[in-house]
Each structure stands twice: as C-alpha cells, then as structure tokens.
Design a protein around this ligand. Structure first.
Ligand code: ATP
Ligand code: MG
Length: 140
C-alpha cells in the first residue's frame, strides 16, 4: 500500500454542531494525519466550482446552498491508502445506509447534510487539494 493524500471537508452541519474535534479524532484514530487544515466560509462560486462534476444533478443547487450555509473545515489527510481509508471512515453518502461506527452513521443529519466530504480517487484528490491548498500550507 502506498502513502496517499486526500482532501477532506468537514461540512457546515458538523461545524454548526461543534463536531470538528470529534471528526478529526476519527481520522487520527484510524492512522490518518491531518497535514493541512483551514476553517473557511466558501463563496457560492467556490462551492459551484468545487462540485462542478455534479452540476447536472437535481440536488446541485441545494447542495451548493448547503455548502455555503456555514463554515467548513478543509483539510489534507495523509496516510496509507488515504483515499479509500477516508471514505471507509466516512461511510456511505446516505447516513441511513452507512455502516455502524462511521462518521456519517454517527453524525450526519441527512443524505445532503452528511457531515464530511472525501475525494473519491487519487486523481481527484490531487485536484481537490490544489483547489484549496498551496504547497506551503501542507506540512507533513
Ligand atoms: P462527497 O463527494 O461529499 O464526499 P460522496 O462522494 O459520498 O460525497 P457524491 O455522489 O459525490 O457522494 O455527492 C456529493 C454530495 O452531494 C454528497 O456528499 C451529498 O452531500 C450530496 N448528495 C448526494 N446525493 C444526494 C441526493 N440524492 N440528495 C441530496 N444531496 C445529495
Ligand atoms: Mg463525491
């Protein structure tokens, strides 16, 4: 297995309920290291650009409104198999289908307000990390 980096976002439903530390503990307990982190309020333009791949989906507008509804924490996670491991820790998109002990099962409010984002491939991880972080902000 290779050491990878992936982009994680703690979503507005989770920052609103003060869950940043609890969610970060899930990553760290599973062996992922938070090597870059910033709390930001996304602009509509940033949210739309970040989720551009979903532009044609019926939930796109609602999703973007949700993502700008409060602060998010953008972060770079590093570790063995980080892309897949992070998605395992998050659980299925729909909390009703997420496995016990996952972030989304334990914390998500709905399929939209599902507490965390994680890159879905190594290629997308590279693009998504570059979207939010310059090299200087990543400290392994
Ligand atoms: P993410 O990309 O945020 O890590 P994901 O890869 O599990 O989540 P995607 O299919 O990429 O799921 O969807 C992106 C986000 O869009 C979801 O996390 C969720 O917030 C929202 N979303 C997905 N499907 C729906 C839906 N059917 N209704 C409302 N919102 C949805
Ligand atoms: Mg996705």
């Amino acid at each position: 297995m290779a050491i990878e980096r992936t982009l994680s976002i703690i979503k507005p439903d989770a920052t609103r309920r003060n869950l940043t530390g609890k969610i970060n503990a899930r990553f760290e307990d599973a062996g992922l290291r938070i090597i870059g982190q910033r709390r930001v309020r996304l602009s509509r333009e940033q949210a739309e650009a970040f989720y551009a791949v979903h532009r044609a989906r019926p939930f796109f507008n609602d999703l973007c409104s949700f993502m700008v509804s409060g602060p998010v924490v953008v972060q770079v996670l590093e570790g063995e198999n980080a892309v897949a491991k992070n998605r395992e820790i998050m659980g299925a998109t729909d909390p009703a289908k997420a496995a016990p002990g996952t972030i989304r099962k334990d914390f998500a409010e709905s399929i939209e307000a599902n507490s965390a984002h994680g890159s879905d491939s190594l290629d997308n991880a590279k693009q998504e990390i570059a979207f939010f972080f310059s090299g200087l902000d990543i400290v392994p």
